[in-house]
Design a protein around this ligand. Structure first.
Ligand code: GTP
Ligand code: MG
Length: 462
C-alpha cells in the first residue's frame, strides 16, 4: 500500500542523481545473483565465478581486503557445503548465505543503552576533529531522554572555544541540560564539576564531549587516557566518520589499542561514500558498532542493526526501519480503520489526504523511499525535494475539491475539473492525471484485499 501510494506521487521522468551509500555495491551484487539465475544446480565452477565477482564488488566498495578475503572464504565454504533445500533455488541459497555472512561481518545484534546499574553512567565521546562527536553527544542525549532516562551533557572540549557554545546551543534546542565552564578551565576540572552536577540533578547518564585533533597524536591520547582514569566511563564511544572509508578503520584500530573502546558510532551514513568503513570496521577492530548517524538533525541517529544493513545491501530495502518509523507516526486505531477501508475498497481521496499528512510526519520522502524494497534506486534518482514538490501539488488539488468530490471522485466532470484546477493553480490535465492514478491505486487496493496483488506493483503502476 505504501508502494502504491508512493508511486502515485512520483514525477514521471525523474532526472538522474546517483548518491547513496551501498548503492553501487548493492547493484553489483544484484547482477552477480541474477547471473546465477534459476539454475537447478550450481557447480563448483559457478560458485567460484560468482565469488570472484562478489570479491571485486566488495573491493570496489572500499571494503578492507582482509575482511573481503575472510568473507569470500566463508561464503564459498558454506555454499559448497550447503544442503540442497527444496524451497530455495541454488542462487537464492547463496543469497541467503551472503546475507548471513554480511550480518556476521557487520557484527550481530544492535544494542540500545539500558539504564546504568549505578547512575550516573558515563559516556565518553572521543574521535578525530569533525567526526561528529559533539553532534552525536547531543543526539544520544535526546535518544536517552526519549527512552525515559535523564542525561546531562558535559562540554569538556576546551580546545576549540566555539565547541562549548555549540554543545550549549544543541542542548537548548533539545531541552537537555549542559554543564559548561569557560574554555580557560581544564578538562579535568570541567569533568569533575560536571560529575558533581550530575549527582545534584540526579542524572542517569553523563555524556562527555571531548576535544578532537586532525590526527591521532600523543597529546590527545594522553589527555583522553587521563580523562578515562578520572571518569571511569561506562562506555567509551569512538565517533568515526563513515565518509572517510578505510581511514576511519585505521583510526578506530589505533584508538582501540590505546583507549580500549566499548563501542563505535558511525556518522554520515547518509552520505554517498561506498560503505567500506561500515563493512570493515567491526571485523577489523572487534568493537561493535552501536549507532549510526544519518543526518545533521538531532533525530538522525539510529541503533545499528546489522540485519537491516545487510538486507539493504542485498536490495531488499530496509523494511524494518520503515515499519518502525511508520509505527511511530501512525495512530494505531486510525491505521486499523485504514486497513478496513482498504479491504472494503472504500478508501477515498479524503483518506488519501490524511495519509499524505501522516507520511509527511515520518520524514523526508526520499529517505523513506530508500528504505522500501524496490524503491531505493528510484529514490536516488530524484533530485532533492522533487517528491515534496510533487506532493504539494497533489495536496493543493485535493484541497480544492469539495468533501463530496473527495469521497466520490467519479462525479468530477469537465467543469468541476476546471474549477479544481483553477483553485489549486494547476492545469486541468494535472487534475485528470491525479484522478486516473488514484483510480489505479484503488484497483490495486481491491486486488490486494482479494490477495491478488501482483508482485511487481511498481511495474504495473508505471
Ligand atoms: N550528514 C551528516 N552530518 C553529520 C553527521 N554527524 C555530524 N555531522 C556534521 O558534521 C559536522 C561536524 O560535527 P561535530 O559534531 O561538530 O564534530 P566534532 O567531532 O565534534 O568536531 P570537533 O569538535 O571539531 O572535533 C557538523 O556539521 C555536523 O552537522 C551525520 O550523521 N550526517
Ligand atoms: Mg566537537
Amino acid at each position: 500500500m505504501f508502494q502504491a501510494w508512493a508511486s502515485l506521487t512520483l514525477p514521471f521522468s525523474p532526472p538522474y542523481n546517483e548518491c547513496s551509500m551501498f548503492e553501487a555495491l548493492s547493484e553489483k551484487l544484484g547482477k552477480v545473483f541474477r547471473g546465477l539465475g534459476n539454475r537447478g544446480k550450481l557447480t563448483e565452477k559457478d560458485i567460484d565465478e560468482a565469488m570472484r565477482e562478489v570479491r571485486l564488488a566488495l573491493l570496489e566498495a572500499d571494503v578492507n581486503f582482509r575482511v573481503v578475503k575472510d568473507f569470500i572464504a566463508r561464503v564459498r565454504e558454506k555454499s559448497l557445503g550447503a544442503e540442497v533445500l527444496q524451497s530455495l533455488t541454488p542462487a537464492q541459497q547463496i543469497i541467503k548465505i551472503v546475507n548471513q555472512e554480511l550480518i556476521t561481518t557487520l557484527g550481530e545484534g544492535g544494542s540500545r543503552l539500558s539504564p546504568p546499574q549505578q547512575p550516573p553512567g558515563v559516556l565518553m565521546m572521543i574521535g578525530l576533529q569533525g567526526s561528529g562527536k559533539t553532534t552525536t553527544a547531543a543526539k544520544l542525549a535526546l535518544n536517552l531522554k526519549q527512552s525515559g532516562q535523564r542525561p546531562l551533557l558535559v562540554a569538556a572540549d576546551n580546545r576549540r572555544p566555539a565547541a562549548i557554545e555549540q554543545l550549549v546551543a544543541l542542548g537548548k534546542q533539545i531541552d537537555i541540560p549542559v554543564y559548561s565552564e569557560s574554555p580557560a578551565s581544564s578538562s579535568r576540572d570541567i569533568c569533575a564539576h560536571g560529575m558533581e552536577r550530575a549527582k545534584a540533578v540526579a542524572a542517569s547518564w553523563v555524556i562527555v564531549d571531548t576535544a578532537g585533533r586532525l590526527h591521532i597524536d600523543e597529546e590527545l591520547m594522553e589527555e583522553l587516557a587521563r580523562l578515562k582514569k578520572q571518569l571511569k566511563p561506562t562506555e567509551i564511544l569512538l565517533v568515526a566518520d563513515a565518509m572517510t572509508g578505510q581511514d576511519a578503520v585505521k583510526v578506530a584500530e589505533e584508538f582501540n589499542s590505546r583507549m580500549g573502546l566499548t563501542g563505535l558510532v558511525l556518522t554520515k551514513m547518509d552520505g554517498d561514500a561506498r560503505g567500506g568503513a561500515a563493512l570493515s570496521i567491526r571485523w577489523v577492530t572487534g568493537v561493535p558498532i552501536r549507532y549510526m548517524g544519518i543526518g545533521e538533525k538531532m533525530d538522525a541517529l539510529e541503533p545499528f542493526y546489522p540485519e537491516r544493513i545487510a538486507s539493504r545491501i542485498l536490495g531488499m530495502g530496509d523494511m524494518l526501519t520503515f515499519i518502525e518509523k511508520a509505527e511511530k507516526s501512525f495512530d494505531e486505531s486510525k491505521a486499523q480503520e485504514l486497513v478496513k477501508k482498504v479491504k472494503n475498497a472504500t478508501f477515498d481521496l479524503e483518506d488519501f489526504y490524511a495519509q499524505l499528512q501522516s507520511i509527511k510526519k515520518m520524514g523526508p520522502l526520499q529517505q523513506l523511499m530508500e528504505m522500501m524494497p524496490g524503491m531505493s534506486k528510484m529514490a536516488s534518482k530524484l533530485p532533492d525535494g522533487a517528491q515534496e514538490e510533487h506532493l504539494k501539488k497533489v495536496e493543493a488539488i485535493i484541497c480544492s475539491m469539495t468533501p463530496e468530490e473527495r469521497h466520490n471522485p467519479t462525479i468530477i466532470g469537465g467543469s468541476r475539473r476546471k474549477r479544481i484546477a483553477r483553485g489549486s493553480g494547476v492545469q486541468p490535465h494535472d487534475v485528470n492525471q491525479l484522478l486516473n492514478q488514484f483510480q489505479q491505486m484503488q484497483k490495486l487496493m481491491k486486488m490486494s484485499a482479494g490477495g491478488k496483488l501482483p508482485k511487481n506493483i511498481m511495474g504495473m503502476m508505471r
